[in-house]
Design a binder for this molecule. Structure first.
Ligand SMILES: *[C@@H]1O[C@H](CO)[C@@H](O)[C@H](O)[C@H]1NC(C)=O
Ligand SMILES: *[C@@H]1O[C@H](CO)[C@@H](O)[C@H](O)[C@H]1NC(C)=O
Length: 284
């Protein structure tokens, strides 16, 4: 079993036309697979099928797995024989809405469904780059489960955007045996320059695994301007690949042996002093 994985990040533009957004994703993955037969995994951005904004969530919500977007991803995974981490869409279930990532196996079956656990809540003052208020909780319900999928032999933990700010979630994924974390994300341009790369490299430093994000392309005219900069960070916490701001596709091979190498050479996990922490911990 090879420890290499070839993956693609599709930093796609997202507009108001759902079928156009989905067609761009399908055509993009199809083109990349034709050009790179070794491609095993394609990753899409958060909210890749519809505009992102509290006022849009109910309008664009679909059911999982029988909605039109899911059926397109399932068919595509089967047709091309690859895994797809389907960014996120707004899911409607039993009268509630969730921001949900679906994961598809090469046989077209749904192998994971992650509902964003930490809803995006932010009130940035104007002094910090223009000012942004956002509260996903006004329209969405938070997920309450972690999501680990197997991509080939490798365990991968899934989070969505704001989830990557929460180091405990990443640590639990690491303890569950994950060697990669994938966060489809749409950071705004005010938090992006400060925290996008920093958070991704922080999660990689702490947990010694690959950390991958995929953003929509930036559109200055959109109501919510996504940062771009989709990125692969390696287990040494180095940026292995980074997109710019516009529409861009990245294809990259990663080597999972690097996870074991880093953990052996800097064995912080074995050095943890859980006895000391337990004694000192004020909360649970
Ligand atoms: C499809 O693939 C997944 C993951 O490899 C596997 O768990 C599942 O049983 C397969 N489903 C079918 C119908 O073969
Ligand atoms: C968006 O605006 C920024 C600065 O205002 C500019 O640097 C960038 O090129 C623009 N991007 C696009 C895709 O128009």
């Amino acid at each position: 079993m090879t420890s290499n994985l070839t993956l693609a990040l599709l930093q796609l533009p997202v507009g108001a036309d759902v079928s156009l957004n989905v067609r761009r994703a399908v055509e993009g993955i199809t083109q990349l697979k034709a050009e790179n037969p070794e491609l095993q995994l394609a990753i899409l951005p958060e909210s890749f099928n519809a505009p992102y904004g509290v006022e849009y969530f109910a309008k664009y919500a679909e059911s999982i797995p029988d909605g039109a977007t899911c059926r397109a991803l399932s068919r595509l995974a089967l047709q091309l024989g690859l895994y797809i981490i389907g960014g996120s869409i707004v899911e409607r279930d039993a009268g509630k809405l969730y921001n949900t990532c679906t994961v598809w196996a090469p046989n077209g079956s749904l192998i994971g469904k992650h509902r964003k656990i930490h809803l995006f809540t932010m009130n940035i003052e104007a002094a910090h780059g223009g000012g942004v208020q956002f509260d996903e909780g006004a329209a969405l319900t938070a997920g309450s489960e972690l999501t680990v999928v197997k991509i080939g032999q490798h365990k991968v933990g899934i989070g969505i955007c704001h989830d990557k700010r929460f180091e405990e979630l990443a640590r639990i994924y690491r303890n569950l045996g994950c060697s990669m974390l994938v966060y489809p994300s749409a950071f705004c341009i005010c938090q992006g320059p400060m925290h996008w790369e920093l958070l991704q490299r922080a999660r990689a430093t702490d947990n010694q695994l690959f950390v991958v994000t995929c953003s929509p392309a930036r559109d200055n005219m959109s109501g919510y301007v996504a940062y771009g900069h989709s990125m692969i960070v390696d287990p040494w916490a180095r940026v292995q690949r980074e997109a710019g701001e516009g529409c861009e596709f990245i294809v990259e091979q990663i080597d999972f042996d690097m996870v074991e190498q880093v953990r052996r050479q800097i064995p912080i996990h074995q050095q943890r002093r859980t006895d000391v922490y337990a004694k000192a911990r004020a909360d649970s």
